[in-house]
Ligand binder design. Structure first.
Ligand code: NOJ
Length: 674
């Protein structure tokens, strides 16, 4: 039986047509099967390998040392290659700088909702109005929009006095309007950042009503202290807007603390229930799909429990005349221990929603720390515990104090010198609390300031209207809206909150239904508006759009080195270059009052002959300049693009900064951390 099986197999595998190299047939090489017994091993060894050889022959040959060793070498080579490939891939991934996130790529554009676009003609901007204007962001290539508060509110502080954190104020629309807006924004690639106002509520909030009625659960939701209507306040603490930070409440018969208006009682974050309420609010809006939060007034979140007086700046001043915020050192009311723990906890909540690709939730904090830049930098968190993606950088607000190149360089370096390693910068020159930059620095400087913001490393912030150079309005007493102007008219924030200037039509196109606007429209609206500037290639708007698009298409402007190369009474000049890329950018910005000739002959890698890519003065676009004689008029800025393979930064590291250090390997088109 066994014999039969072998012979059948040999029959099948033997191919009589096959000829070996000598022309012999296979059959010639195969010994005849001996009568009565199958092939013996010894006999197989005589057989040369041939195509179609039987298994036994094949096994015999393949186990010979020369085949076995070759096979093993090839096997281990393959294992080694696979391992090397895996290691290389992991290394490249580990070394690669992270892809820039959405909040790094685009400027953050602040929409002050009341003033942006009014869809129903009640004189106040609203969610539907914003929805109708989304094309504006696409036109400007803006991807991130920060929206001022739209929660239900009695509007004592323009919505920063919240009556219900889970509801939309009817002035702005409905929850449905909000959801439609958000869905539309996401569908066209826009992100929405909300205002989060944890420090206080409105005095009309349900919690406050229950707290003043000493409801057992709510009685400690706010900061209360004994006092009575006529007796002195619990201590000398002052409101940011002037006057005592304490107000007597007749219902409860005690004083409550408010660091802002008296209609904004301060929440007590030492109460775990308050902390839980705030976390729930974060979850509520993240669950709705918002892309991040601007966390307001964070330095005020906690106060010292001992309630001791704060020291006077001028100890000789009579205590009853100490009424302005600047009269005290705020040792017990701002930046208290525990504040960063609160923020880090909120950040951790946000992280849980950030895990899906493309769904990163962004956090920016608002804290004016004036000369204490180190306090601002603490909002970045640490290398182990994350906090804000960046704190707002308010230092450029001082730019108009001294329009000179040296001053601007100082303000820029202040941030870059102090920013923790590997973090991402932010630049802004305005918001709803600050006078408009076009008014404080002057209209002739608005283009060069926009050019600065859009070419520095980090995320620029644009307050609505800065892209067209909108200015402050004058507000008469009868038109005034902001109670902050009550103690001091110059503290009013109405001038910078006027309706957006869309066109030369009625109400500047802010609304076209009635002649009402909650604040007057600026009288210059017929010449300074979006529609007119879209038609003018040399407009502030056209320049903004060009530079923003350039910034987003050039890796060098996004993540390259920033190196100061020159500053004087007029000019501030800097380079942007990225290792491995030969295309670099030189900015020469004249913030002074005089024309200037700048000599950059000593700057390594800069070709002698340069060409202006973009000037704030359109006629200079494309102009050739000598690096030893770069002329700029007062308020003029130049972006010069050039090619070089000589890097400036290796010898000038003290003048150079980079948010995220990246090198580039051109032959494989790869960026890596270096
Ligand atoms: C910060 C806001 O920016 C400001 O407008 C408001 O008045 C204060 N927080 C108080 O809510």
């Amino acid at each position: 039986m066994a014999k039969d099986a072998v012979s059948v197999e040999l029959e099948c595998t033997r191919n009589p047509e096959y000829r070996d190299v000598d022309g012999g047939s296979v059959a010639d090489n195969v010994p005849e099967e001996p009568e009565g017994k199958p092939y013996a091993d010894a006999e197989y060894t005589q057989i040369q390998p041939y195509a179609g050889m039987p298994k036994e022959v094949l096994l015999l040959h393949s186990s010979k040392a020369r085949y076995r060793v070759t096979r093993e070498i090839l096997f281990w080579l393959m294992v080694a290659c696979t391992l090397a490939l895996v290691t290389l891939t992991v290394t490249v991934i580990a070394l690669s700088p992270r892809c820039l996130n959405w909040w790094q790529v685009s400027p953050v554009y602040q929409v002050y909702l009341q003033s942006f676009s009014d869809s129903d003609g009640d004189g106040v901007g609203d969610l539907k109005g914003l929805h109708e204007q989304l094309d504006h962001f696409q036109y400007l290539n803006i991807k991130s929009v920060w929206l001022s508060p739209f929660y239900r509110s009695p509007m004592r502080d323009s919505g920063y006095d919240v009556e219900d954190f889970g509801a939309i104020d009817p002035l702005f629309g409905t929850m449905n309007d909000f959801e439609e807006l958000l869905a539309k924004m996401h569908s066209i690639g826009l992100k929405l950042i909300m205002d989060f106002i944890p420090n206080h509520t409105s005095d009309r909030h349900r919690w406050f009503n229950l707290s003043r009625a000493t409801d057992p659960h709510y009685k400690d939701y706010y900061v209360w202290s004994d006092c009575n209507g006529s007796a002195p306040r619990p201590n000398n603490w002052l409101s940011v807007f002037g006057g005592s930070a304490w107000t007597y409440d007749e219902v409860r018969g005690q004083c409550y603390l408010h660091q802002f208006f008296k209609e904004q009682p301060e929440l007590n974050f030492r109460n775990p229930h308050v902390r839980k309420e705030m976390t729930d609010i974060i979850h509520f809006w993240l669950g709705k799909g918002v892309d991040g939060f601007r966390m307001g007034s964070v330095k005020h979140l906690l106060e010292a429990a001992h309630l001791r007086d704060e020291p006077q700046v001028d100890p000789n001043k009579a205590p009853e005349t100490v009424v302005s915020e600047g009269d005290l050192y705020h040792d017990h009311t701002i930046s208290q221990l525990g504040l960063h723990d609160l923020l880090r906890d909120w950040r951790a909540q946000m992280e849980a929603y950030s895990r899906e690709p493309g769904r990163y939730r962004f956090m920016v904090t608002e804290s004016y720390d004036y000369k204490e830049v180190d306090k601002t930098m603490m909002y970045y968190g640490t290398s182990l515990v994350k906090e804000s993606d960046f704190p707002f950088n308010f230092y450029l607000l001082d730019l108009p104090q001294n329009t000179s190149g040296l001053w601007v360089q100082h303000l820029v370096q202040l941030w870059m010198d102090n920013m923790p390693e590997g973090q991402w910068a932010n630049w802004l020159v305005g918001n709803h609390d600050q006078p408009r930059i076009a008014s404080t620095a002057g209209q002739p400087y608005i283009r060069v300031i926009n050019m600065l913001l859009l070419t520095l490393p980090g995320t620029p912030t644009t307050y609505y209207g800065e892209e067209i150079g909108m200015e402050n309005i004058n507000v008469t007493d009868s038109q005034a809206q902001d109670p902050a102007g009550k103690y001091n008219a110059s503290a009013s924030r109405d001038p910078q909150r006027s309706p957006m200037q869309w066109s030369g039509d009625m109400n500047a196109g802010f609304n076209n239904k009635t002649n009402t606007t909650w604040l007057p429209v600026h009288p210059d609206y017929s010449s300074i508006n979006v529609e007119v500037q879209k038609e003018d290639e040399g407009s502030v708007l056209a320049q903004y759009r060009f530079l923003n698009t350039l910034r987003q298409s050039e890796l060098t402007l996004q993540r390259g080195w920033f190196c100061s190369v020159h500053s004087d009474a007029n000019v501030f000049s800097y380079l942007r270059e990225l290792d491995g890329l030969d295309r670099a950018f030189l900015m020469v910005l004249n913030f002074g009052k005089e024309p200037a000739v700048t000599d950059l002959s000593s700057v390594a890698g800069l070709p002698d002959q340069l060409t202006v890519l973009k000037s704030t003065n359109q006629v200079s676009d494309g102009k050739a300049v000598q690096k030893s004689r770069i002329l700029t008029e007062a308020g003029e800025g130049l972006v010069i693009q050039y090619s070089t393979d000589t890097r400036f930064h290796p010898n000038h590291l003290e003048q150079c900064y980079v948010s995220e250090k990246a090198c580039y390997l051109s032959f494989v088109d790869i960026l890596y951390k270096c």
